[in-house]
Write a protein that binds this ligand. Sequence first.
Ligand SMILES: Cc1cc2nc3c(=O)[nH]c(=O)nc-3n(C[C@H](O)[C@H](O)[C@H](O)COP(=O)(O)O)c2cc1C
Length: 362
Amino acid sequence: MKMNGQELVPSNVYKPISFLTGYGILSLYKSRYNHYFISSFLTNMHIGKIKLENNLVLAPMAGITDRPFRQLCKQLGAGMAVSEMVSSNSLLRGSAKTLRRANHEGESLPRSIQIAGADPTLMAEAARFNEAEGAEIIDINMGCPAKKVCNTLAGSALLKDEPLVTRILEATVKAVSIPVTLKIRTGWDPNHKNGVTIAKIAEESGIQALAVHGRTRSCFFKGEAEYETIAAIKDNLRIPVIANGDIETPQKAKEVLMQTKVDAIMIGRAALGRPWIFREISHYLNTGTFLPEPTLVEIKNILLGHLENLYQFYGEYTGAMVARKHVSWYSKGQNQSARFRDHFNRLETPDEQKRAIEEFFT
Ligand SMILES: Cc1cc2nc3c(=O)[nH]c(=O)nc-3n(C[C@H](O)[C@H](O)[C@H](O)COP(=O)(O)O)c2cc1C
């Protein structure tokens, strides 16, 4: 099988024979060495002692993966949903906004909170703070190219400084008794793809799972994510590896799992306005067939529930402001959506917003 001109099944493996069992679709592969092995793509994954419902993960996205969105994605099939990034400096200053980002009250398990920073002592303190607040997994962000994060040498800028990476990871792991995970890009720029080196440092430092976005820091979001480096990282590690970048459909999810042999996949932008993508992928991996698209009424009900949680979480005014971007994603591609968004973005109260949604999504 080929994608973008590239072979998806490793060259030492012959085509699979797939068959349906009580566990869903299993694929029987014959290797070059003439032995057979079985692969099921939807699996229960472990991070340390924590067992996830499945191996589909919502990516951390600043300003988006707040508690209401994480909870919704989990309800619709994500096995884990990583929180928005919280900077270690601001966390310890404790502003209301930062504390809200770290809020997991009532959220179903597992609760993973992402921290970012370049000072090992502050990162260790931030990890301890979140453990005390009920986090079950601490995720470290070395994958975000944002100027704000990179200028202070956090996020993916850190990938350049391997000794500092080691010190941050070791200090954070030592500070808590819960698993620590790491998110990276494949390297600093296309000529400095040190993803495998960083991954080995991570494993040796006690990191329990590694998510890799298939772009370098200098690529921002340009071009297409590549999965060869992710496959090489997986090949070199014993801890679970999670592939991320441009996974937008159930077929792509399966292709990436096959190509890289990773343990899990992570979805970011494709879940915006489509939180049901997790159940679509899980259904496809299990059965090889596609779920029908949700009806307008189903979308309306999911959206109204989402907004209700936003109003409660942020308060009515801020909740209504946050709702605008989500509604614009949910309405994308629907008839007359540009006109609807223009109207919706002028509404300021929950009641007005809910009425507009009742009218549009029918
Ligand atoms: C709006 C936005 C905010 C993001 N914020 C974070 C973040 O806080 N931490 C992080 O590690 N990655 C962040 N990312 C990167 C995503 O987690 C993910 O790696 C990236 O979007 C590629 O995955 P995708 O193609 O499935 O979207 C962000 C991405 C977007 C689009």
